[in-house]
Design a protein around this ligand. Structure first.
Ligand code: ADP
Ligand code: MG
Length: 694
């Protein structure tokens, strides 16, 4: 077996692994031998120095070695704990676990143990709570060699896979093929950034002699991973060059549209529009991400962009993530476009068959110039006559694949210009990573004259007060949303919760206050009717599920009450709050929770009360949840990195992107000798595949 085949081999075929352990590895994201080699230690325990127990000091992080004298379960302040007493001849100390289950079986009297951790002194006894530990195994001297006198790798929680087993396995693999692991980065790049060779990096990642080495090893592998991520991403751009549809601003429809607005465009909107029209005029398709906080006025920009296509004789399309939002866009845009004689079509999944057929026909014939819709737009049978601009609203709700599908709706091999919009504020550098194939425009200015939004966190004991205040406000002519508790993954239960809340409010509301209800289980016509009535003021209060989370725009609504706010994510709360504060009046967002909430929920609620700045919210969200959860599982289509960390590795992200752009500008098809290794790595499918996961 050559080394590449060995690297691609599944770990289950390694000696001592087998199908059962392979399952455990899978949970850690490890399938192949290469995955195993790239499995980075969380940290290292310094076992170069073993401290005699006699010299162990309170508060210090130490490694001790000793023999088990006794073990047992005892009660401390009413809780059961498991303790092991070890001695090394200079003194004795205790190792303590608060969770008794399982651990008591691990140790036996006279076992030789190495343990690391911070030292506490409890009633005169030296204690390490939950130490990193290992029992020295007389039968496996190799295992012992790994432990003593080194920096020992500690891997992310490997339930069922003993630390010593992991270490030994990785060491065995390295001993077998460590020296043959092929290089992937060109020498000139490695030298420029002072990186290790790949084989050095992999070895030192697991078994460094100095922490410094471990850090550079990690940096090298992160660099490699991101380097190939960008090569693959940006290469696609090179391929798609020359297939665009150049569009000039004719100042016909576009000018009439801007003149018809009841407001001045903000400076940020004007700037972004000029960035976009610049792109449109080119021979290559635009790929642009438009980022702007909720309420910053992205729709107008999108509409302008679409009208450039129409005034050049082409079609434009906008895809929205929910039917309610698509309907609203259609309504709002009709108001602008009807007077301009622009022909529109709406396409939703749940439309009556006849209407749908008609819409599809009009899109195909080119009769519909501006098309609005949901996912229904990316169905097979939807064809455009000559699509030049495609817009995706609230793009974070879509996956990369759906994005790509819309782009396939071009004609004669031409790719439409592409604008994706999102209010989910992602720190700029992060946006560059995730949307590395997109240019980024940011609307960083709110339209003037917006009223302030005050946010209050209220415990449910004061709920009655909140609602009587609400009814008073409504009598003064203000409108409100009341959001029912989020029920994860069940639109049905969520709809029921909203219905119940609606009934309750209807019972307690004073005469003359009209309440509407909207949720995802309602029929389209019914929903449209409710939204219409809320928009024109017939309903004073709208009880809703999270279906109103994105895009809904009713400027007279100034109150947002969220029940069980502790259940919502921070980004979601911010989006919901974005439904108010759209007019000139002062607005209120009330977050109702039980009296006790989790620590994380507390952080989210506090952040909401303290700031309305979407970028700050995003950063706090990132802090609380970590990028894995935000950009990992929830958002499909976003690359999962094997070793790179989107937050920690910002600097390398920027370095690699810049470097790859330079390389591709100079050598777009990677044919120069110094870049041969890149080409080979990509072409030799075996390697390319294993390097880039996601
Ligand atoms: P979002 O960026 O969240 O999609 P919208 O495009 O829905 O925001 O805009 C929110 C509201 O602001 C709409 O009612 C829109 O008409 C209004 N708006 C947009 N641009 C301006 C502007 N320059 N001045 C005043 N109001 C504006
Ligand atoms: Mg919007």
């Amino acid at each position: 077996m050559d080394v590449l085949e060995f690297l691609r081999m599944e770990v289950r075929y390694l000696k001592g692994v087998g199908p059962k352990r392979a399952q455990l590895f899978k949970r850690l994201g490890i399938t192949t031998v290469l995955d195993l080699l790239y499995f980075a230690p969380r940290r290292y325990i310094d076992r170069r120095n073993i401290t005699p127990i006699h010299d162990v000091k309170r508060g210090a992080e130490v490694t001790v070695a000793g023999k088990v004298l006794t073990k047992g379960i005892k009660k401390v302040r009413g809780n059961l704990v498991f303790t092991v007493i070890i001695s090394d001849g200079t003194d004795w100390m205790e190792l303590v676990w608060r969770n008794v289950k399982g651990i008591d079986k691990v140790f036996n009297k006279n076992d030789q143990v190495i343990a690391s951790g911070r030292v506490y002194v409890y009633r005169g006894t030296k204690v390490i709570y939950h130490p990193e530990y290992e029992i020295i195994d007389e039968a496996h001297p190799q295992g012992n060699r790994i432990m003593a006198g080194m920096l020992v790798p500690v891997y992310p929680s490997t339930e069922g896979l003993k630390p010593r087993f992991m270490r030994r396995l990785i060491m065995e693999v390295l001993e077998k093929i460590g020296g043959e692991i092929p290089e992937t980065l060109p020498d000139y790049i490695r030298n420029k950034f002072g990186l290790y060779t790949r084989k050095e990096a992999i070895r030192l990642l697991h078994f460094p002699h100095e922490l410094k080495q471990a850090r550079l090893a990690r940096t090298t592998l992160v660099f490699e991973e991101l380097f190939y991520f960008y090569i693959k991403l940006l290469e696609k751009r090179v391929e798609s060059k020359g297939l665009g549809i150049p569009l000039e601003v004719k100042n016909e429809l576009t000018k009439k549209f801007v003149d018809s607005l009841k407001f001045e465009l903000t400076g940020a909107q004007k700037r972004v529009i000029s960035e976009i029209t610049d792109d449109l005029s080119k021979n290559t398709p635009m790929h642009r991400l438009l980022q702007g906080d909720v309420g910053s006025g992205k729709t107008v920009v999108a509409l302008y962009t679409m009208l450039v296509a129409v005034e050049n004789g082409y079609q434009a399309v906008m895809m929205a993530p929910t039917e309610i939002l698509a309907e609203q866009h259609f309504l709002v845009m009709s108001e602008y476009l009807f007077p301009l004689n622009v022909r529109m079509a709406l396409l939703l999944g749940k439309m009556r068959k006849k209407d749908k057929q008609l819409a599809i026909e009009r899109i195909k014939m080119g009769d519909a110039e501006v098309v609005i819709g949901t996912h229904a737009l990316i169905q097979e049978d939807v064809e455009f006559k000559k699509l030049a601009v495609a817009v995706i609203d609230e793009q974070h709700k879509f996956g990369v694949l759906q994005r790509a599908k819309l782009l396939e709706k071009g004609f004669e091999n031409k790719s439409p210009h592409f604008l994706v919009m999102t209010a989910t504020p992602i720190p700029r550098t992060l946006a560059l990573t995730i949307y590395g194939d997109l240019d980024v425009s940011i609307i960083d200015e709110m339209p003037p004259g917006r009223g302030k939004v005050v946010t209050k966190w209220v415990k449910e004991g004061r709920r009655d007060k909140v609602y009587s205040w609400l009814f008073d406000e409504v009598k003064k002519g203000n409108q409100a949303y009341v959001v029912a508790p989020l029920i994860e993954k069940s639109e049905k239960l969520e709809a029921e919760a909203a219905t119940e809340l609606y009934k309750k409010l209807t019972e307690i509301a004073p005469e003359g206050i009209n309440i509407g209800l909207i949720h995802g289980k309602m029929k389209k016509d019914e929903r449209g009717e409710v939204m219409r009535k809320f928009r024109n003021g017939e309903f004073h209060i709208l009880v809703a599920t999270t279906v109103i989370e994105v895009g809904i725009d009713v400027p007279n609504a100034t109150i947002m009450i969220i029940e069980h706010a502790e259940r919502f994510g921070l980004a979601q709360l911010h989006q919901l709050r974005g439904r108010i504060g759209r007019g000139s009046k002062k607005s209120y967002c009330i977050l109702i929770t039980p009296s006790k909430v989790s620590e994380d929920a507390k952080k989210r609620l506090k952040a909401m009360v303290e700031t309305t700045d979407g970028f700050k919210i995003a950063e706090i969200d990132l802090e609380i949840r970590g990028p894995g959860e935000i950009f990992g599982t929830k958002q499909h289509g976003i690359p999962r990195f094997r070793i790179a960390n989107l937050i920690r590795d910002q600097k390398i992200i920027q370095q690699t992107k810049k470097e790859v752009e330079k390389i591709l500008a100079f050598d777009p098809f990677l044919t120069k000798p110094q870049n041969r290794v890149i080409k080979e790595t990509l072409e030799n499918e075996k390697i390319g595949e294993v390097i880039y996961v996601g």
